[in-house]
Design a binder for this molecule. Sequence first.
Ligand SMILES: [Fe+2]
Length: 388
Amino acid sequence: MASMDDDHVTSGCLANATLVLDDRTMRGAIAWSHGIITAITEGTDVPDGATDCRGDVVLPGLVELHTDSLERHIEPRPGVDWPHDAALMAHDRELASCGITTVFDAMRVGSVLSGGKMAYVEYARGLATEMLALRAAGGLQIEHFLHLRAEICSETLLEELAAFGPQDGVGILSLMDHTPGQRQFRDISKLRAYVMGKRGMDEAGFQAHVANLQRLRDAHGDAHEAGAVAAARRIGAVLASHDDTTADQVAVSARHGVRVAEFPTTFEAAEACRDAGIPVMMGAPNVIRGGSHSGNVSALDLAGAGLLNVLSSDYVPSGLLLAAWRLSAVWNDLPRAVATVTRTPAQAAGLQDRGALQPGLRADVLRVRDRDGTPSIQRVICGGRTVA
Ligand SMILES: [Fe+2]
């Protein structure tokens, strides 16, 4: 971690490094000043004051569009509400240590108050306000944006969305429909294992939970979907789809103006995304484990077919860089793999000022040493400042 004394230092140079450029790697140096990359030069020279990386890989800081990490810090055990500023800062430092320099913090909007033991209560507006205040006060070390996960199958989605406006700078709004029996949980046995394990529920309780969610989908689904699409337009957020399973669902997403597809669950959906020009995001844990924990399509299979464009750490922040390393082995192409965690997600989210090692872009830079195929982070620079 940077010391207090380093706080104002936003200039530096990493030399004699293996730089990951857009389309190739190059032995050379990268310099930055006032938080912006100023020069990329070829060769093994180490100028005065520069750090000799001795061949370590230097790549852009990672851009994470969808992580549950903040929720885990806020509620470290079911029912435990951890002090929010402390949780936000611990989350921020955890991501920094994983090489993530830009994060879209996922927060659920749309609650299920009638769910008994499975109730989901509202929290997003309050937490977003706390995050924005901490960010404005300089309390966070990496760049944070908001990602609202709009749960279509809920009771309060439209009221919760109405509490957000353009001034909140919401980066992404994703359309989530976790109704049992479709999309992520087309196989209900996977949902049963997930919620009965997580919430300690018996079979009768599970059946009641499923029936309640299906009732909510029937009662509110169409209005919620239309309302969420309208809300994304009103507040200026990039629209994301989530768990699309069929080509028809992808066609609907394309009509809504979706710009990134989170975790399509089948080959059919991923191919439809490619045909519609929608980048496909898959979970890093899926790459690392060699399959989906919900029993859906394997990210490595999609990668092999050229249908994977973006990785997200999903529920394991440290998995993002590791998964990019695995993809680089599959594709035998490090720049292409690195783009899935840097340039492509940045562009999908509308951020043009980052995601590549290029003069004029933000100095978000990682130094990584390869240890027998496992990446080991040596230094993380965000906006020119060392944050880990
Ligand atoms: Fe999902």
